[in-house]
Design a protein around this ligand. Structure first.
Ligand SMILES: Nc1ncnc2c1ncn2[C@@H]1O[C@H](COP(=O)(O)OP(=O)(O)OP(=O)(O)O)[C@@H](O)[C@H]1O
Ligand SMILES: [Mg+2]
Length: 296
């Protein structure tokens, strides 16, 4: 379990990277840390890991301060030793932690297989692609067998298939009962994985709750119609926002009532050939929350 209690950090340069942050990541939970560039996500993660001095407040891992035995981390930029091979990198991680040889070999084989890096085991890490380095970094976190995991933009740089694999592995760690904190700019990743999210803005928490609580009003729906010009005219008269790409209209309404009224108005004049609807619209809710707080 990771407990963050009233944590604040000011860099010697005077930048206040975060202020009075409090939240908990329970075993079996995936908490997403979301926020614009420079909002303080990496700083907080480095404070949790003890890489940075905490500053004000307290951070407890499994109920204790300065307890780094059972926490593993994947950094935002993959950190690999260029001269080592993939297998040697995993071995170095287990050696650093004092894992007995037999146990280490077992863990390394399992991680190579789970990450799909078995074919790269003998490859020096300086020859790996960007995505492969990220995957190895992920492997170095897994091989520690910790039950508290901190992941800083774990799927940036990786292709969609690798992303799916990493998501699967994260869900497997969650099933084992790990407490997982991950930062991400990928809204679909946050929606797919997290049980709760904490939204940071200029170092402060502006929202903490479940994805369902982000916004329960916005609707996004997509339609194909037989008369794009007429549809556009009707949408222009309403106060919804919309995009039209190749006669596919993506429309955002304030709530479900407005969506139904609009659909009703449209069906009087045009034929709707296909309709896809998302309610609540997680992406639009999150975006509106970040924009709204900026105006304050
Ligand atoms: N070592 C440092 N010294 C001084 N300021 C720093 C240092 N590291 C980060 N900062 C500043 O602290 C703030 C928070 O940075 P941080 O890296 O935590 O943001 P982030 O949310 O992880 O951003 P991103 O999404 O771009 O990774 C930024 O204004 C950044 O410029
Ligand atoms: Mg960062």
């Amino acid at each position: 379990m990771i407990e963050i209690q009233n944590v604040s950090k000011r860099y010697p340069t005077g930048i206040q990277a975060n202020s009075n942050i409090s939240f908990t990541v329970e075993p079996g939970e995936i908490v997403a840390l979301v926020g614009p560039n420079g909002s303080g996500k990496t700083t907080l993660m480095q404070q949790i890991l003890g890489v940075l001095k905490i500053g004000e407040g307290k951070i407890l891992i499994d109920g204790k301060e300065n307890n780094m035995r059972n926490i593993a981390y994947i950094p935002q930029s993959p950190a690999v030793y260029p001269a080592l091979t993939v297998r040697e990198s995993l071995l170095a991680t287990t050696k650093y932690l004092g894992v007995p040889k037999k146990e280490a070999v077992k863990r390394i084989e399992s991680v190579l297989e789970r990450t799909g890096l078995s074919g790269n085991a003998q490859q020096p890490t300086y020859t790996l692609s960007g995505g492969q380095k990220k995957l190895l970094s992920f492997g170095c976190m897994l091989v520690q067998d910790a039950t508290n995991l901190v992941m800083d933009e774990v799927t940036s740089m990786v292709d969609v298939v690798t992303k799916e694999r990493i998501w699967q592995l994260i869900l497997e760690e969650q099933k084992k009962g790990c407490a997982i904190l991950l930062s991400s700019h990928d809204i679909s990743e946050v929606k797919k994985l997290c049980t709760r999210l904490v939204v940071l803005k200029r170092g402060s928490v502006i929202f903490s709750g479940t994805p369902q609580e982000v916004h329960n009003e916005y609707c996004r729906f997509t339609i194909h119609v037989d008369d794009a010009a007429r549809t556009q005219a009707i949408l222009d008269e309403s106060d919804c926002s919309y995009n039209n790409e190749d006669d596919e209209f993506s429309i955002v309404t304030q709530d479900i009532i407005q969506m139904l009224d609009l659909l009703h108005a449209l069906t009087k004049s045009v034929a709707i050939c296909s309709l896809n609807c998302e309610h609540p619209a997680f992406y639009d809710g999150l975006l509106s929350m970040l924009k709204k707080k900026e105006e304050v």
